[in-house]
Design a protein around this ligand. Structure first.
Ligand code: NAD
Length: 293
């Protein structure tokens, strides 16, 4: 069997067009120009690349980026003062603080200081609680990106045996919750989980977010299963560097029913979901219904 490739790049491009149209309508009908503040501390090359691509994507769909590049030595008090200012700035509809933060800063306190209605990353405890309670709120971008990709293959997830490997607050935990809210039967695996290959072989849907290059092997996958690979790992091959996922793609593609590639799967969709969250936040703050995207 050769799996169907779930093309995140193509889906992201389609959705981006829809976001552009919805943004234009919002500007024309209500004079509302969604703005996202992106805060970056230090000059970690990977974080700089992510932040640059987010700002570019915002401009492309007609939203306003507000970039704040602060020194790595910025104190927690200084960062909180900036967030306080952004919380009360009506031109800023979303606030994203690029993680990881330098060690002198308490990440949880910073996330909790963001106005939950501007928390486009969906990491604020109030939004995490809303997701866990099945209430509407801002949901983290990568889990929503994964759900949109899964929906290209499955009309319904009711009763499906889903395995979430990884339980970070950014991906694994909220994605497990998203799948549960879709009525999947969800198992969560992590570093303490025993007999992972056996668990994998029972999963009809497997989502992997562990940050270990090509860790999940083809013979762990149930034939015909859907595999969503969130991992982004840079590896050196023959003196060249390339990006691979957490799943050994060349093996998995022979067994799975459908699979996301890396790159070109979850990554491009995550950025579009950030744009959608910014649009939703802007509508919510203006008392308008969220766009149907
Ligand atoms: P993290 O390090 O915060 O969490 C990793 C999780 O995986 C932990 O819960 C840990 O218990 C689990 N884990 C690690 N090794 C394991 C193993 N061998 N077996 C079982 N569980 C294991 O990482 P994260 O922030 O959740 O990111 C995971 C991966 O996803 C990384 O490669 C990251 O770069 C990538 N990522 C991609 C996107 C995207 O848009 N595509 C977004 C965020 C993260």
């Amino acid at each position: 069997m050769t799996a169907q490739i779930i093309d995140g790049k193509a889906l992201a491009s389609e959705l981006r067009d829809a976001v552009t149209a919805a943004t234009r309508r919002l500007v024309a009908a209500h004079g509302l120009h969604p703005g996202l503040a992106v805060v970056l501390l230090g000059d970690d090359p990977a974080s700089r690349t992510y932040v640059a691509s987010k700002s570019r994507a915002l401009v492309e769909v007609g939203m306003r980026p507000f970039d704040f590049k602060l020194p790595a030595a910025t104190s927690e008090a200084e960062l909180r003062a900036l967030i306080k200012k952004l919380n009360s700035d009506p031109a800023v509809n979303g606030i994203l603080v690029q993680l990881p933060l330098p060690p002198q800063i308490n990440t949880s306190r910073i996330i909790a200081s963001i106005d939950p209605d501007k928390d486009v990353d969906g990491f604020h405890p109030l939004n995490a609680g809303r997701l866990a309670s099945g209430l509407p709120g801002l949901v983290p971008c990568t889990p929503i990106a994964c759900l949109r990709l899964i929906r290209t293959v499955h009309d319904s997830l009711a009763g499906i045996a889903a395995l979430m490997i990884g339980r970070s607050h950014i991906v694994g935990n909220p994605l497990a919750q998203v799948l549960l809210n879709e009525n999947a039967t969800v198992t969560v695996a992590h570093t303490f989980t025993r007999h992972l290959p056996e668990l994998c072989r029972r999963a009809e849907l497997m989502c992997v977010a562990i940050g270990c290059a090509e860790f999940i092997r083809g013979d762990w996958i149930k034939p015909g299963a859907t595999v969503i690979d969130v991992g982004i790992n840079r590896v050196a091959v023959g003196g060249k560097s390339r990006i691979v996922g957490d799943v050994k793609f060349s093996e998995a593609v022979e067994v799975a029913g459908a699979i996301t590639p890396v790159p070109g799967g979850v990554g491009p969709m995550t950025i579009v979901c950030l744009l959608i969250n910014t649009l939703r936040a802007a509508c919510m703050q203006a008392g308008l219904p969220p766009p149907a995207l």
